[in-house]
Design a protein around this ligand. Structure first.
Ligand SMILES: [Zn+2]
Length: 316
């Protein structure tokens, strides 16, 4: 005879083992890490829905959800080092099946870039739901309207992800951008690929009212000075002739306020051009090539993973 409690544990254990079969291996292109992700459950849906009251909570809930559903691949070398050094770590790794482990929560948020986050969301959506469901599409050339089901498996292509090529971690990689301020002075920005933690830090500085107003006015949740702060590790004012640094800051709030009150829009546009020249190649690009049933023209239908992820949560 098994007790009630054991029965419960067995059922729990069985479902957990079955879910492990549904896991998917992914490569994070910017963090350059191999991971496995596991599917969402009802508990995750609820967590996301209750976080709806504020964008900051929603973003943080999403980060925690990604943390719960992601494990990092551990190589043989890393595994034997962990075994030698730390008994607790060894036990954790073995519990997860021998070759996968979880980093601690805060390093997970700081070691994974915003682009990698989209890849994680893509993988989790794929193994949880598979398809985005039927969509109404319109052919670009003959304007024929038709319904089409988009399976996420068909939305990844050779050009969907760009691996971060420098030898260093993306968190150490900075690109200086210098912009003339006045005759003798220049602004120097050390620009970066933001991590999930940087993104969440910015969310905490922006009020719900600001996000709503940004969405209405500029159709983006962040204003240009907020984006510039997200992309900047350090901002300095320098004397061009003497190269002397007059002042500098790494504080996002101080950077946002300084830019908002003292920098003109042309300068901001020049910053954005320069930033995109260096970093836009890392944008993830999920799309499906769909053939028009009438004229047979093939068109690219792009998938916004973040949008689809939330749409799914709120539609059921
Ligand atoms: Zn057509």
């Amino acid at each position: 005879m098994v007790s009630k409690k054991e029965k419960f544990l067995n059922l729990y254990h069985t479902l957990s083992q079955i879910n492990r079969l549904k896991r998917k291996e992914l490569v994070l292109p910017i963090a350059k890490k191999e991971v496995v992700v596991s599917p969402l459950s009802i508990g995750d849906d609820l967590a996301i829905k209750t976080a709806l009251v504020s964008p900051v909570r929603l973003d943080f809930e999403l980060l925690q959800l990604l943390y719960r559903h992601t494990e990092f691949f551990v190589s043989e070398d890393e595994l034997s080092t962990a075994k030698k050094r730390n008994k607790k770590k060894k036990e954790e790794i073995e519990k997860l099946g021998g070759t996968y482990a979880k980093p601690d929560e805060s390093s997970f948020y700081s070691q994974i870039s915003y682009f990698d986050k989209l890849v994680l969301m893509w993988g989790i959506y794929l193994i949880t739901y598979g398809s985005l469901g039927e969509r109404e599409l319109e052919c670009n050339s003959c304007e024929f309207k038709f319904k089409h089901d988009i399976n996420l498996e068909d939305t990844i292509h050779d050009d969907s992800l760009t691996i971060f090529e420098p030898e260093m971690p993306f968190t150490d990689y900075i690109v200086p951008v210098e912009l003339d301020l006045m005759e003798d002075y220049a602004l120097e920005f050390l620009t970066r690929i933001p991590s999930m933690a940087n993104y969440n830090q910015l969310m905490r500085l922006v009020t719900i009212e600001e996000i709503q107003s940004n969405l209405e006015k500029i159709r983006s949740q962040f204003s240009v000075e907020q984006l510039m702060a997200l992309y900047t590790k350090k901002m300095s004012v320098v004397n061009k002739k003497t190269k002397e640094v007059l002042s500098e800051s790494t504080n996002p709030q101080e950077i946002i306020t300084s830019l908002r009150d003292h920098i003109n829009i042309d300068l901001a546009a020049a910053f954005m051009r320069s930033y995109h020249d260096h970093f836009s190649k890392y944008n993830v690009n999920f799309y499906k090539n769909v053939e028009c049933p009438k004229c047979k023209e093939v068109m690219k239908v792009g998938v916004d993973v973040e949008f689809e992820f939330f749409r799914r949560q709120f539609s059921n």
